[in-house]
Design a binder for this molecule. Structure first.
Ligand code: RIB
Ligand code: CA
Length: 308
């Protein structure tokens, strides 16, 4: 059965690939796409989400959400994703955003949903997800699983301690991590195993496909190689979260306790992930540990070739 899914995103080059993967995967019944300020400002992430949904040939509603974190002014990452958030690749504009706010659209959808029936995929700062769970906690019971690209149990990518999404809104992330529903984390250590290289882009291009595949490859080609990893490629961060929903068999995982540092020191946004149960705290997240990278890129290629 396709999984009813909401994707909250901040497109963002890797968000773009994640959205196209979702739209090209019959395992996902995409019900709502919401945008949050993150890689670039909300005005751009929302416009990019609309354009990507149109590129994927989907009629799913796209709704704008928070343009800043709960407790901090907005802080962007255009240095990675370019001023337009898609590495300078210009897509035909999508239809107008659906009216209203992401938090209200999510709550309206969850109110109509059966218990344990909706998968939330968060691939940007968790502000919109945190607002939903704080505003109407009882709706958490309608959520089957929350899948997040966020955090790191080792080194961060925006500070030595913190990964960008967690760093951008640690308070919202902590609300999500403590909501009591099944949570799955794709951290930097996981996404570093799914590296998009020039050879993999060439292989995707070789599949033929249509405008969506070509645009995906064009966007991928704009992403600078990862200095942090010292490789000739970049981690496919957000698509790893979607791939877990589509093909969990590609991953291994373990249940762990995790929380995030909401302090104001150098560790702000650090995800403390207790992989060895040293704190003897009840495990609250499924930590994705490994991914079959070849299988991941085959899955991505199959999804992209399904799109026009
Ligand atoms: O740290 C990587 C994450 O931050 C990804 O979701 C990327 O799109 C940015 O939002
Ligand atoms: Ca993102």
């Amino acid at each position: 059965m396709p999984r009813a899914t909401i994707i909250d995103c901040d497109p963002g080059t890797d968000d773009a690939i994640a959205l196209l993967l979702a739209m090209g995967s019959p395992e996902i019944d995409l019900r709502l796409v919401t945008a949050v300020g993150g890689n670039v400002g909300l005005g751009i992430t929302l416009a990019n989400a609309r354009a990507l949904v149109a590129l994927g040939g989907s009629a799913v509603p796209v709704v704008g959400g928070a343009d800043r974190a709960l407790m901090r002014p907005y802080q962007e990452a255009a240095y990675v994703h370019g001023e337009n958030g898609l590495g300078g690749v210009v897509l035909p504009p999508g239809p107008p955003a659906a009216p209203g706010l992401a938090v209200d659209a999510m709550r309206a959808l969850l109110r109509q949903a059966a218990p344990d029936s909706v998968t939330l995929v968060g691939i940007g700062p968790a502000t919109n997800l945190g607002l939903v769970l704080a505003a109407e906690p009882e709706l958490a019971g309608r959520v089957a699983e929350i899948v997040l690209m966020t955090g790191a149990w080792a080194e961060g990518n925006v500070t030595p301690a913190a990964e960008f999404n967690a760093w951008n809104d640690p308070e919202a992330l902590q609300i999500v991590l403590s909501c009591g529903r099944p949570i799955t984390l794709a951290t930097l250590e996981l996404t570093a195993q799914a590296v998009c290289t020039p050879a993999r882009i060439a292989a995707l291009r070789g599949l033929g496909g249509g405008a969506a595949l070509r645009a995906a490859c064009a966007i991928e080609a704009t992403v600078p190689p990862s200095k942090r990893l010292g490789i000739d490629g970049h981690p496919e961060h957000d698509a790893c979260a979607v791939a877990w929903v589509v093909a969990p068999q590609l991953f291994t995982s373990r249940m762990v306790f995790a929380e995030v540092d909401c302090g104001n020191g150098p560790g702000r946004g650090q995800t403390l992930i207790d992989r060895w149960d040293r704190l003897k705290r009840t495990a609250n997240v499924r930590l994705l540990e490994t991914v079959d990278a070849e299988g991941f890129f085959q899955l991505l290629g199959q999804a992209l070739t399904r799109l026009a």
